[in-house]
Write a protein that binds this ligand. Structure first.
Ligand SMILES: Cc1cc2nc3c(=O)[nH]c(=O)nc-3n(C[C@H](O)[C@H](O)[C@H](O)COP(=O)(O)OP(=O)(O)OC[C@H]3O[C@@H](n4cnc5c(N)ncnc54)[C@H](O)[C@@H]3O)c2cc1C
Length: 520
């Protein structure tokens, strides 16, 4: 008998899992039911802000077609919420009143935006009531609200100076909205970046036409008129920032309530082991934004330093691909067959890059050390470890900044603003743990006017070009050799460029280089 697998949630990570399971469904090995709370089939959520400013279409974001899936024999229920899981009976309780059974269940419930506690907004975390003119920019309906504001050149206030807030603000400003970013630190991206990089970034944002309001504590939203539409954000010093649309960009929280409700342990996310299995229930799994890989073994060194869910789509996609293989092996040959699959490799530390047209920024690792810290100036080794070194270069007038924090010559942290080639090179060196040249200024020169685009990072076929889908330059070159001649064709063949789209320029570059070579 085929295994009944239920996937809870139909976001981009569930879509990848379903995609990978299609052959097993067609072959009768598994029966698949996907339950999604949203009315739409999975779409690329990463591009919701781009949709909101009119740079892409909902069709381009679509990742699944419910009709096609049904034709493949997959049952998809959209606009339906899983209310409860009855573990004893191995069945779900759905909002449509049905109680489908499962042999294996996958949580892909994602995350939800954090709604700040502001007077005028009901902060109930599961059903926040956002007044008209306030959005958290998470789904297609939120994108439509932003679209309305941008097309009519309205005043958009973004609350939150994190990556998503800044990307939204930059895109909205570039498309004609009067945009203000309100954040509570002295510089934006406070969680990731150092003070110098933050100051240069803030100046670049202002140069892009964005009003930056730092060190601001917001306390309330004001509404106007009979429809109660948002009119202003109130700060704790009594000042008001008037606007037409408030975009809340205050972080996300994994959706763990369903798993917790049936007694499964969770921390920030639903706790799973290196096989993505929930604690106590090896036939239940979690992937994507809702999952936290941290095994129960207190001796596990990997898990001791694990940081919790990344909130990024790339790690979720890798989990989905791995889990599909595992589930197929389970269905084919039972636990013995599945045990032959090596556990999911640990994710490398993340690199933050801003998806923006006007500002190039890359941040990774620990950037807290300053060049003049005592620890750095003392001679010899500290605590048996090679000493940290910090090299820093700033040119605020031209919006350029680089900081490289190394230990034993290899990068522990990096910040670059306005230095695209240096950024690409440093990110590659960081991801590989390679040693930097002793003369760090060589790296700065990559962005000099006399440089051709011939850095090691752009020539190295093994470099990761698409970080979301984990695709190397070599795989893209292979697809081009096989006949792909456009970015969409390469994306279809390799999945490169299907996430945030930040690598489209690099993919285009590889295609062009190939055809130039052929023409020569
Ligand atoms: C504006 C924006 C920009 C972003 N940019 C980037 C980026 O540049 N790079 C990057 O890596 N990531 C980015 N992200 C994050 C990325 O979108 C997420 O990591 C990704 O969506 C996670 O996918 P998921 O499928 O795990 O969860 P989600 O996308 O959250 O999907 C989960 C789905 O499950 C449904 N669900 C939840 N509970 C239930 C239930 N009980 N019953 C039925 N259905 C349920 C939800 O309604 C939702 O549709 C961005 C996100 C946003 C909003």
């Amino acid at each position: 008998m085929s295994e009944r697998i239920v996937v809870v949630g139909f976001g981009p990570v569930a879509a990848r899992l379903v995609d990978e399971l299609v052959p097993a469904v067609r072959g009768g090995l598994v029966q698949l039911l996907v339950v999604g709370q949203e009315a739409d089939a999975a779409y690329n959520r990463v591009m919701v802000a781009e949709l909101g400013v009119g740079r892409t279409t909902a069709e381009a974001l679509a990742m699944a077609d419910a009709g096609d899936l049904a034709a493949d024999g997959i049952e998809v229920r959209l606009g339906v919420t899983v209310k409860r899981i009855d573990r004893a009976r191995q069945q779900l309780v759905l909002s449509d009143g049905t109680t489908p059974p499962y042999d294996r269940l996958v949580f892909a419930t994602g995350s939800r935006p954090v709604i700040p506690n502001l007077t005028g907004i009901n902060p109930d975390p599961s059903h926040p009531v956002l007044p008209l003119g306030v959005t958290a920019l998470r789904d297609l309906r939120d994108a439509a609200q932003l679209r309305d504001a941008v097309t009519s050149g309205k005043r958009v206030i973004v609350l939150g100076g994190g990556v998503l807030g800044l990307e939204t603000a930059l895109a909205a400003a570039e498309e004609g909205a009067l945009t203000t970013v309100v954040h509570n630190g002295s510089f934006p991206l406070g969680r990731n970046i150092d003070r110098g990089g933050g100051a240069v970034l803030a100046a670049s944002l202002r140069n892009s036409g964005i009003t930056m309001v730092g060190n601001a504590r917001s306390t309330a939203v004001e509404h106007n008129g009979p429809d109660g539409k948002f009119s202003a954000l109130v700060l704790d010093d009594g000042s008001r920032i008037e606007g037409d649309l408030l975009v809340l960009s205050c972080g996300v929280r994994p959706r763990i309530e369903l798993a917790e409700g049936c007694g499964l342990p969770a921390a920030t996310g639903i706790l799973v082991d290196h096989h993505l299995r929930t604690y106590h229930e090896p036939h239940m799994f979690a992937i994507g934004d809702c999952a936290e890989v941290r095994c129960a073994d207190t001796e596990c060194a990997e898990c001791r330093t694990a940081l919790g869910p990344s909130g990024l789509v790339g790690p979720g996609w890798r989990q989905a691909e791995w889990l599909a293989e595992y589930l197929i092996l389970l269905a084919e040959g039972g636990q013995g067959a599945a045990d032959t699959l090596a556990p999911l490799p640990q994710e490398k530390p993340g690199v933050v890059v801003l998806k923006a047209r006007g500002i190039n920024l890359a941040v990774a690792g620990d950037n807290s050390a300053e060049p003049w810290d005592d620890e750095l100036l003392s001679v010899g080794v500290s605590a048996g470890m090679p000493r940290r070194q910090v090299a820093q270069w700033a040119d605020p007038e031209h919006g350029r900044y680089v900081k490289m924090t190394t230990r034993g010559g290899a990068l522990e942290g990096l910040v670059t603003v306005g230095m695209p080639r240096t950024a690409a090179e440093l990110v590659m060196l960081f991801e590989r743990g390679s040693e930097l040249p002793a003369d760090r200024s060589l790296l700065l020169r990559l962005d000099g006017p006399d440089q051709l685009d011939s850095s090691a990072s752009s020539d190295d076929p093994q470099r990761t070009v698409c970080r979301c889908a984990g695709v190397s330059g070599a795989s893209i070159e292979e697809a081009v050799l096989d006949g792909c001649s456009s970015v969409p064709e390469v994306s279809k063949a390799t999945r490169a460029g299907t996430g945030c789209g930040g690598c489209h320029g690099d993919i285009k570059g590889i295609i062009e280089k190939h055809f130039q070579g052929v023409a020569a």
